[in-house]
Design a protein around this ligand. Sequence first.
Ligand code: ADP
Ligand code: MG
Length: 160
Amino acid sequence: LRTHVFQVPDADSMRALGRALAAQLGPGDLVVLSGELGAGKTTFTQGLGAGLGVRGDVTSPTFVIARVHPSLVGGPDLVHVDAYRLGGLDELDDLDLDTSLDDAVTVVEWGEGLAEGLSESRLEVAIVRGDAPHDGLDPRRVELTPVGPRWHALSSPALG
Ligand code: ADP
Ligand code: MG
């Protein structure tokens, strides 16, 4: 399973990438976002939320550990987690959320280089700054790395 690499020129393109990926996500999936503060993890998650058709603006979950965005289209809910406030992913099970993680798409903003030790089935999304800002653009590089057999059929989402 290979890493898919995207050059993402601006924030709208980042949302478009999340939206395109959402079409391939289903109940029980775990997406782990890494990247420094301001890399675009929440922006990417906004696109996922749009693609999943969930309620509520996706904002930084900084002041809550996890926020549940219910599906408006009968699909999986989105659980958006700020892992800076979480000791480990096992603590998610203790949060008493309004949805089951088995029925939801869980997205964790995990920060830099902390993906090890997570569930053995996950989609890793690493976001790093690309070229220096130019012409009003502030590009990022996004690497999607599927981990575990669940993702054997993952196809590269089109950036659109
Ligand atoms: P994080 O959640 O990783 O801390 P955010 O998504 O909250 O980051 O913030 C990223 C900021 O950078 C947003 O203000 C977004 O509009 C801006 N931005 C500019 N260019 C890009 C890009 N190419 N990809 C993602 N975000 C971008
Ligand atoms: Mg964020």
